[in-house]
Every structure is written in structure tokens, then in C-alpha cells.
Design a protein around this ligand. Structure first.
Ligand SMILES: [Zn+2]
Length: 472
């Protein structure tokens, strides 16, 4: 039995790991899009690293595009097996993959108009809406906690891990020449104090663990501090300086976290007349998916629901889907909060809001989660005083605040707490994925201190034979 790392090994996007059983069945764990890797991104995305026709199944940990975003490409290139995931993840990717295909088609249309003028050959989109619709036909729902036989000698269990609606740690029992191998793959691990979702649940004892390490070297603030810091930012920016707060945020997950915090502040009587806009074509669909699965939320959310039937909505909140309405925000001359995708600020409408908002010292930009190094979000977070947006240099006069505590990823304390459900003497191999090298090395050292061994920091393209690893 072998594992090959096809993405998110040294980066945090492009999650895709290939498991080959001793009976030569090829299974992909996630099939995500690379994002924010600069000019290399296009090439990284085009080559999956395995013949899609030979892949018999995909197991999807959760719906985020960096874990699911190349499923339509896999389908386009001939994959016709099943994609196993939870019901909520299926709902999430119906929204996200269709949107991703729209973006791919739209981007190429725009580029091709320029290329046509210059007489250059036209490009093809990475995939189309038809490809996204095709792969969505391959979905197979697996309920949480149920062991399901997905292939000969392969049993799958999905355990909730609190990162996103529907997200799971993947637990596989795979027959091999040396007996059954238990492999766990965390996908992305959530927080023990997420504003909305229940804490990650312990998973069964594994022999081999693939663990994310996004924040393997970072400690988050507490959730109470997040609400207090947002309060201070809004009070200073909107009430005292009459400016606007611009929050780049993923349409699904982060946006609802922020809306829940803002709704709670309003329920306490704060900022009653301040306009809030969620500007993303996906936003209302994504919020509808989150509301549909309110049963996965933590008790605090269920408590709010008893007195407030919609904890993600309030009178001054407007969801903007049409581009024309988005442009009208430019002419609004009153303080407001704009929450807009993408979260790393490297794409989407938030770039337009930043282009106009950054030169104004009354405004504040709140970077609310992990940003890949080359992205606009990362440059702002690093304190750059000038950035390039749409080819133009933009002066940064606005205040920039980074709220890592809004991240949907566990910090290193939480990752260690999570891994501690595994007995160190039984867990033979730990592969640290989905993290920059600094984060992976820091987490490796902490795991060694905690008594774990057999820790690997794999590179993209590397293959490990698991039986050898297990018998070491
Ligand atoms: Zn994720």
C-alpha cells in the first residue's frame, strides 16, 4: 500500500493525496485547487499527477475549493468513479464547484478577448460548468460515524471535525498484504471554540495519520477577544471616523461566522443603524446551506435560535449578488461594513472594494484568516504600504488588522489536543501536510515533545510505501 502526495505538501492549497492499495485500487483523498501560488498556479492546476481514468474513487474531507476544486477537472479527464462525502459537503460543493466553473469560464473569456486583439491563440478554461455538473452526478453520500464499504477491502468512516459545515476527518480501514491498515486523514481541523460549529470529535486509532498543519506554529486568540476586537474596530472606524470596514472573507464559513458575531452585537443593542453588506454572488446561497445544517452548530447558536430565528440576518444587512449593485457601493457616502470574497483577497469583488478603500485613512481592512504568501491579503497583513491591484499601484492608508482567531483552522495547541486521541505507540507514521514548511517543522517538533515518532514532512510528488513504514 502506497501514499503519494500530489498537492498541499509544503503549501496549504491543492490538497490531493493518492492512496494505492495492494490490489492496485487508486483512491484520491481530496482533489483541491491550487490558489495564490503566483504565475505557477495555472501549471500546478493543470496536472493532477495521476491518470484520472485509473482512479476508482475519491473521498472528500470537506467542500472548500482548495480540497474539492479540481473534481470537475478530474471528471473532464475521464474519472467516472464515486466521490464519497457527507450530505452537507455535497450541498456545499454543489454551490462552490458551479461557482468555480463560472469563474474559470469567465476568466478565460476575459483573457481571450485580450489575446484575440493581439492575434494570440485562444485558451481553454481549466473546466466548464458542464464538467462541474458531470462530477456532481458522481457524489455518494456517507453519513457521519457510519462505516461504509466503498471498495473491495476498503471501509470508510467520516468523523466530524468542526472546520466547515459537513467537514470530516476521513478514517479508512484498508486490507493490505500485511493485514488491515488504519489510515486517518484530517482534511482541515476546526477549532474547539468556533463561533458556530461543534468542536472536532475524536477519531478511531490509526496506524497512519495525514494531518494538516496550517497553523502548526501559531497560537490563536480566544473567541471572546475576536468579538471585542471587532467591536473596537467597528466603533473606531465606522462610528468615530465615519469610515468603512472591509472584510475579505470566504463566502462559506467565515462570512457566516462574522454575521453571527455582528448579529450578536446587534442583539445586545450595538451598531443598530450601521449598514452591513455581504457582497458576493455566492453569499446568499452559501448562507442558506449553513442555515439548513443548523443541527451541527454548537449549543450557543442553538440558544440564540430560540429567541432569534435567523442568527445570520438583521434589518441593516443586505446580500448583494448582482455586479451592478456591487458597483453602487462605491457611491455610498456613509459608514458601513463590507464583507466580500475572496478571503485571501486575490480574486473576487473584494479587490474592487480594496482598490477604492485602501487609500482612505478612515477605513479599516480586517484580514480574517490564512492567506497564501503571494496573495493581496498576505501583503496587506504584512503591512505593505503599497500594493498592486488590477495592475495599478494602490497606496495603503487604511488601518489593516489581522484576526487569526476567525480562522477555521486549529492552532498548534488545538492540533496537539486533537492528535492526542491517538496512542503514540500505536500511531506508526504521521505525515504533516497542508502547511508551509515553517509550520510543519514547528508542529513536528511539538509532536516529538509530546511523545510521537515516525513524523514525515513529505514533498509534492513523493511516494511512501506504508507497509515498510509500519514495520520500521
Ligand atoms: Zn478548509
Amino acid at each position: 500500500m502506497k501514499i503519494k502526495f500530489l498537492g498541499a505538501a509544503g503549501t496549504v492549497t491543492g490538497s490531493c493525496h493518492l492512496l494505492t492499495t495492494d490490489t492496485r485500487q487508486q483512491i484520491l483523498l481530496d482533489c483541491g485547487l491550487f490558489q495564490g501560488q503566483g504565475p505557477a498556479t495555472v501549471n500546478l492546476n493543470e496536472k493532477i499527477g495521476v491518470d484520472p481514468k485509473s482512479v476508482v474513487a475519491v473521498v472528500l474531507s470537506h467542500g472548500h475549493i482548495d480540497h474539492s476544486g479540481r473534481l470537475p477537472l478530474l471528471y473532464k479527464q475521464g474519472f467516472r468513479g464515486k466521490i464519497y462525502c457527507t450530505e452537507a459537503t455535497a450541498e456545499v460543493i454543489k454551490v462552490l464547484l458551479t461557482d468555480s466553473a463560472h469563474i474559470q469560464e469567465g476568466d478565460v473569456r476575459y483573457i481571450n478577448r485580450q489575446r484575440e486583439k493581439k492575434g494570440l491563440p485562444l485558451l481553454q478554461p481549466l473546466y466548464t460548468i458542464a464538467d462541474a455538473e458531470g462530477c456532481l452526478q458522481q457524489l455518494a453520500i456517507v453519513p457521519f460515524h457510519q462505516s461504509v464499504s466503498i471498495l473491495k477491502g476498503v471501509e470508510l468512516t467520516l468523523v466530524p471535525n468542526g472546520h466547515l459545515i459537513g467537514s470530516a476527518t476521513v478514517f479508512l480501514k484498508v486490507d493490505s498484504d500485511v493485514g488491515p491498515v488504519h489510515l486517518a486523514y484530517t482534511g482541515d481541523v476546526g477549532r474547539y471554540s468556533d463561533p458556530l460549529l461543534q468542536a472536532p470529535e475524536n477519531f478511531p486509532q490509526a496506524d497512519v495519520l495525514l494531518c494538516e498543519s496550517t497553523y502548526g506554529n501559531r497560537e490563536h486568540e480566544t473567541e471572546e477577544n475576536t468579538s471585542a476586537r471587532l467591536f473596537e474596530i467597528i466603533q473606531t472606524t465606522c462610528i468615530e471616523q465615519k469610515g468603512r470596514v472591509i472584510i475579505p472573507a470566504f463566502s462559506l464559513g467565515r462570512t457566516q461566522d462574522i454575521l453571527f458575531i455582528l448579529n450578536n452585537l446587534r442583539n445586545k443593542g450595538h451598531f443598530k443603524h450601521l449598514k452591513v453588506f455581504v457582497d458576493s454572488p455566492l453569499s446568499s446561497k452559501a448562507t442558506a446551506v449553513v442555515k439548513k445544517y443548523a443541527r451541527f452548530m454548537r449549543q450557543e447558536v442553538l440558544d440564540v435560535l430560540t429567541s432569534d430565528p435567523d442568527p445570520f440576518d438583521f434589518p441593516e444587512l443586505t446580500f448583494i449578488t448582482e455586479a451592478e449593485d456591487s458597483k453602487m457601493l462605491n457611491d455610498l457616502h456613509e459608514p458601513c461594513i463590507i464583507i466580500s470574497a475572496s478571503g485571501m483577497a486575490d480574486a473576487g469583488r473584494v479587490k474592487h472594494h480594496l482598490m477604492r478603500g485602501l487609500p482612505d485613512a478612515r477605513n479599516t481592512v480586517v484580514v480574517s484568516g490564512y492567506c497564501a504568501p503571494e496573495t493581496l491579503g498576505a501583503k496587506l497583513s504584512a503591512g505593505q504600504k503599497a500594493v498592486r491591484i488590477f495592475g495599478e499601484e494602490v497606496h495603503v492608508a487604511a488601518r489593516v488588522e489581522t484576526l487569526h482567531s476567525l480562522s477555521a483552522h486549529a492552532d498548534y495547541h488545538e492540533l496537539l489536543t486533537y492528535i492526542k486521541c491517538q496512542a503514540a505507540d500505536l500511531l506508526k507514521k504521521i505525515f504533516l501536510v497542508h502547511g508551509d514548511d515553517d509550520a510543519r517543522e514547528a508542529l513536528r517538533d511539538k509532536l516529538i515533545d509530546a511523545g510521537y515518532s515516525g513524523i514525515e514532512i513529505p514533498l509534492v510528488g513523493e511516494t511512501y510505501t506504508l507497509q515498510q513504514g509500519l514495520s520500521e
